[in-house]
Design a protein around this ligand. Sequence first.
Ligand SMILES: [Zn+2]
Length: 501
Amino acid sequence: MITVLLFCLLQLIPLPVEFTPEQGVCTADRITVKQCGRSFKRATADLEAFQKQEAYRLTIKPGSIVIEALSTEGEFRARKSIEQMRLTCSDLPCCTITDWPRFRHRGLMLDESRSFKGVEFIKKQIDAMALLKLNVLHLHLDDSAGWRIQIDSYPDLTAKTAWRIGWDYFAWEKGGYKLAAEGAPGASGGFYSKEDLKEIVAYAAQRFITVIPEIEMPGHSMEVGYAYPEVLCTTPQGRVRKGAWDLCPGSEATFKLLESVLKEVMDIFPSPLIHIGGDEATMKTWHDCPACRARMEQEGYTDVRQLQGYMIRRIEKFVRSHGRRIIGWDEILETGVPKDAVIQSWRGVSGGINASKAGHEVVMSPNTHCYYNYYQDLIRKEPAACGELVSLRFTYGYEPVAAGMDPARVRGVQANLWCEYIPTPKHAEYMLYPRLFALAETAWSPAERKEYKAFRRRALNLLEAFRKIGYNTFDMSTESDLARSGMQRFPPEGVPIIVDD
Ligand SMILES: [Zn+2]
């Protein structure tokens, strides 16, 4: 019996801080929430405030299920543990669990620009996140491949750029980056209305998940210049529209647009953090643009890269004046940004290490370990993907607090799902599960309790449960179980992108 009980209890992902198996199985359905006992209060007395907020004790006996928690959020996490055990075990095993999270930021980013997936898809992933005790959904809402959020003050952002010619991102690239209006022949895409987004925010909030919106700047912004050319650089020959990836940091029109957009974004999203992008600006047009040159002269700059710092700091000030903080990709660290800004490390872990040393809070989402748009198994077995191999084993082994980092500055860890190779909801789920299980355990469970072999067994069971409740998952039973291998960065020609559909 004990073997069966241990087997059942160990199904939980993420693994709890403490668990004690007891004799028997529970036949009660009703869950009782009772006042916290002295023993639970003692166990949680020295925790950080965010840990106390989510801490719970679950006591399951043959005839009763009792939750103790210091907040409704803690109670919610306990209920999700029960729900997950019921999904993976035929009988609820008697046990005591005492549990709280390791990190305050346990996130997933979905790229809605490169492939628009819609409200139902997002709600379904929020349900999965809640089951895995994740608490941050980061939505990448705009990029050159499509603007996805209704903005009343700049309606052409959606009217002219929420659709594109070609659902396949690479066909769209080859076809000359053609953006379109709704209903144009061959147009594919869509956008979220304010009502849609408020619905998503409320749905997430009921599950204690914060939605962080991202508005990209100054790079990844071709679509903005297409809708409103006044945000583009000029040359003596006129505006540079062809291949214009960056916004013009010299032009006041750029700031007028960004501030109007951010104002409307902050009205929709109550998140204390607002993501302002900041990655991969080419800065190519800034050298020759009179407005950029004038800005450089006025600020005493000698290098165009300083213009990126100017833009990020000015936007940071604007966001701060509205009572929020910015979070941005690790490039923003290089051109100067106030300490209050949170840095999201994506180019490996070095950005996170440097940011932590410079006194910033960091969110770790290194592409080497946390990009779930990368391959999860051998190229010949997988649909076309971007990047190298991030196998389940490899991502599970990731430790967010690297040597030289102050643990107190690491807010948490996040998985990112960029969608240029991921055109459908089914394909997105295939890339996320089971790897998101690994992320959840890294983000919640104590590092010293992590052990891959046992995790893999639990992941196999939870994956089966996920399939039963309607998620399309990777097939772990045929997985090559690779630690890491040197793989080519991009798929060979002709490998199909679609998983199925
Ligand atoms: Zn310019």
